[in-house]
Design a protein around this ligand. Structure first.
Ligand SMILES: NC(=O)c1ccc[n+]([C@@H]2O[C@H](COP(=O)([O-])OP(=O)(O)OC[C@H]3O[C@@H](n4cnc5c(N)ncnc54)[C@H](O)[C@@H]3O)[C@@H](O)[C@H]2O)c1
Length: 363
């Protein structure tokens, strides 16, 4: 693991996710940019001292040279380090599980995609919401034509953790890397949570828009088939905890998913009654394939994260041994999804620069 030292947020979530299905053992880390903190953090999670590194580049070199060196690295650092860290490990032939956004510029993201391809390494991108059973089910329903042709996509992701700072006229948590364009990327909130919303909409609808128009991260979307869409994201939406919601309207039916109630998916046929589909009750479905506990027992964010870890493990084992894997492991978001997200962010920033006008999205 690179990042995820004492006090960090998502590293601990990755460690839980990696343990859940017994596919991984955490054996090495460069857990912080500060050597003393890296060592103390490693001791705290019982890593062997000789495999706690002060520097990620040294870790990549040393682990690649060990006969029992790591197979895969989890990257949980601030955004600006994703590309350099992933590059160091890919260069050594090590598979990558990286948190989002893929990188802070499209050029960096494209270079990573090319490198992962040339090295034939698995590159998982932890857009965690793609790990929910009911999101997998929604994707399968759209792909099977259950809701007809998609006409409208509406996705929103709102949080409130910046509202208080704005209320107080404070410097927007100046020392928090999330608010520093050099470390978080120029897209700000769009890169932080809009990237998740964008991926979720694409994952379920099966479509990427070909035009965008932005006004304060309220992005209008046009899809090649004539469908229209809307993406809104904010971190100053007072009272919103983690309000990621998706609605997809087809010619026959619509689907609605709310991340804060992830064990259910609403399906409403045109002219019919709303049906509440639940995780454990859709037999033989895409949801069932990624469910761990019997119906009625809630699963959530940690299990969704673990699903991406399990998918990545299946892909890595397939690459390393030629062993077959279950097809649902291919639902894992990857470096290509990361590049698509960065293209979207680039186009949105361009639309903003042009005073909110339509901008074509590069395929
Ligand atoms: N998938 C999700 O749902 C999700 C949720 C939250 C955050 N994230 C992403 O996870 C990443 C980390 O976010 P966070 O909230 O955990 O940040 P954080 O600031 O809490 O933790 C970052 C960690 O990286 C370490 N670090 C910084 N520079 C380093 C270096 N050179 N070498 C080794 N370690 C270094 C820090 O010491 C810290 O331990 C971000 O890219 C963020 O976008 C994803």
């Amino acid at each position: 693991m690179v990042g995820g030292g004492d006090g960090a947020f998502i590293g601990a979530v990755h460690r839980i996710a990696a343990r859940l299905d017994d596919c991984y053992e955490l054996v090495a880390g460069a857990l912080s940019s500060q050597p003393a903190r890296a060592a103390a953090s490693a001791a705290g999670i019982r890593l062997a001292p000789e495999r706690s590194y002060a520097d990620y580049a040294e870790m990549a070199r040393c682990e690649a040279a060990r006969p029992d060196g790591i197979d895969v690295v989890a990257i949980v650092t601030p955004n600006y380090l994703h590309a350099p860290v992933a590059t160091a490990f890919l260069e050594q032939g090590i598979h990558v599980i990286c948190d989002k956004p893929l990188a802070i510029t499209l050029a960096e993201g494209e270079a990573l995609a090319a490198l992962a391809l040339s090295k034939r390494r698995v590159f998982a991108l932890t857009h965690v919401y793609a790990g929910y059973p009911m999101v997998r089910h929604a994707r399968a329903m759209v792909a099977a034509g259950d809701i007809g042709e998609v006409r409208l996509v509406h996705v929103e992701y709102a949080q409130d953790w910046l509202a208080e700072a704005a209320n107080q006229g404070a410097d927007y948590q100046k020392n928090n890397w999330h608010n520093d364009p050099l470390r978080a990327g120029a897209a700000g909130c769009l890169g932080d949570i809009g990237s998740h919303a964008y991926h979720l909409a694409a994952f379920v609808s099966g479509m990427q828009p070909d035009q965008v128009l932005d006004d304060h991260v309220q992005v209008m979307l046009r899809y090649p088939n004539g469908a229209r869409g809307m993406l809104w994201s904010s971190q100053m939406a007072t009272g919103c905890e983690n309000a990621l919601r998706l609605r997809v309207y087809g010619s026959k039916a619509s689907l609605a998913f709310d991340q804060e109630n992830p064990n259910q998916l609403w399906m409403t046929p045109q002219g019919g009654t709303a049906q509440r589909l639940t995780r454990g009750r859709v037999r033989g479905s895409a949801a069932e394939a990624v469910t761990r506990v019997p119906s009625g027992h809630p699963e959530g964010y940690l299990e969704a994260f673990a699903q991406l870890y399990r998918d990545a493990a299946a892909q890595i084992i397939a690459v390393e041994t030629g062993q077959a894997m279950q097809s649902h492991a291919l639902d894992m978001p990857d470096v290509g999804d990361g590049v698509a997200g960065l293209r979207f962010m680039d186009a949105v920033l361009e639309s903003d620069r042009r005073g909110s006008s339509w901008v074509a999205l590069r395929a």
